[in-house]
Write a protein that binds this ligand. Structure first.
Ligand SMILES: Cc1cc2ncn([C@H]3O[C@H](COP(=O)(O)O)[C@@H](O)[C@H]3O)c2cc1C
Ligand SMILES: O=C(O)c1cccnc1
Length: 337
């Protein structure tokens, strides 16, 4: 594993502002090429913006998407003791076995998208602390998870999707959103794996109790307070992708909570990311709005694992295939009006 260039959550946060920006000359050249392609100006809609954005992060006006990587991080949550999920905590480790055997949704979607998929289980035998009793993670646990994410990214990938598995993690993600964006548990709690009305009320109360017990609101303190390890690992991987010039497609509610921590550290930290989809988890739209991201898809998915983002790989591939493969008016001998 690559040694991470940070040794504490605070060093990680400070590093974000030093990561590279998009390549403006590649963006300009891609934009110029877009204007010469055999179609009426703007006729490919958002696909045109997507291709130019992708080109700007890959540093070339005519990029290709050939090596997408999907990484699924798994973690266990102490807050499951509060009865916040419709499923028992053992499902996390059982699903890791399912990912390894190729049987989960994300296995099918990764294969279909031509992506290399890997799974990283983070200390499943040591769940985070129950955040109604104190911080879910100390600084050491948090930095270890950030570093796992950092080290999991393949520098030769040309597109990254990060997904997660962790029973209880919609409660963690909602608590992160509430702490960073304001509001109460009821504003951010959703049904996750499918809790009933009483479960939803309990989830909101658990988040409120966690917010009261963990009063810190600096982004990295919020990440430590509410966890989980897989969420911190996603944040580490998204940051590493930026360091390597690898564009990222964000997944649903939980992935977005990880991204939100980065956004709160530095509003430019997600410029290399696009929102893959709008999750059915009710408060996801508000999280995306806060990050000024507009989702590519809205399919009613509420799975996580990176699934919505993996479907969106096809959209990005469509955008880049047109941009890089089409003939110009001059090449095709088509009158450009
Ligand atoms: C079989 C199964 C597969 C999953 N794959 C993703 N999740 C999703 O559900 C969990 C979050 O919901 P909650 O906060 O309600 O526990 C996460 O593990 C998320 O990845 C799954 C959940 C289950 C049960
Ligand atoms: O949007 C998600 O990531 C999500 C929603 C519900 C359950 N698990 C994940």
């Amino acid at each position: 594993m690559t040694d991470a260039p940070f040794h504490s959550p605070e060093e990680f946060a400070a590093m974000l502002a030093t990561l590279p920006a998009a390549n403006h000359s590649a963006a300009e050249a891609a934009s110029e090429r877009n204007g010469m392609l055999t179609k009426p100006p703007g006729a490919l809609g958002r696909l045109e913006d997507l291709a130019i954005w992708y080109a700007s992060w890959r540093g070339t006006p005519r990029p290709r998407v050939e090596r997408p990587q999907v990484i699924v991080f798994a973690g266990n949550h102490g807050v499951t003791a509060q009865g916040v999920s419709a499923f028992p905590a053992e499902v996390t480790v059982q699903m890791v076995a399912n990912f390894e055997a190729g049987g989960a949704a994300i296995n099918q979607l990764s294969r279909l998208a031509g992506a290399e998929m890997s799974v990283h289980a983070l200390d499943l035998d040591s769940p985070t602390q129950d955040f109604t009793q104190g911080p879910a993670m100390d600084g050491g646990a948090c930095v270890a998870a950030l570093a796992t994410g950092w080290g999991a990214v393949d520098p030769s990938a040309d597109l990254l999707v990060v997904g997660e598995m962790g029973i209880g993690n919609t409660t963690s993600a909602a608590a992160i959103a509430a702490a960073l964006l304001g509001g109460t548990g009821a504003d951010w709690a959703g049904r996750g794996t499918g809790v009933d009305d009483a479960g939803l009320r309990r989830k909101a109360e658990v988040i409120d109790a966690g917010l009261a017990k963990n009063p810190w609101r600096a982004p990295m303190d919020v990440l430590c307070s509410f966890g989980g390890r897989e969420i911190a690992a996603m944040a580490g991987a998204i940051a590493r992708a930026r360091a390597e010039g690898i564009p990222v497609i964000l997944d649903g509610f939980i992935c977005s909570a990880a991204a939100l921590v980065l956004h709160k550290c530095d509003p430019a930290a997600l410029d290399h990311c696009v929102a893959g989809h709008l999750s059915e988890e009710g408060a996801h739209g508000a999280m995306l709005d806060a990050m000024e991201k507009s989702p590519l898809l809205s399919l009613g998915l509420r799975l996580g694992e990176g699934s919505g983002a993996a479907v969106a790989i096809h959209i990005l591939k469509a955008a880049v295939a047109c941009h890089s493969g089409m003939a110009t008016f001059a090449e095709a001998g088509v009158s450009d009006g």
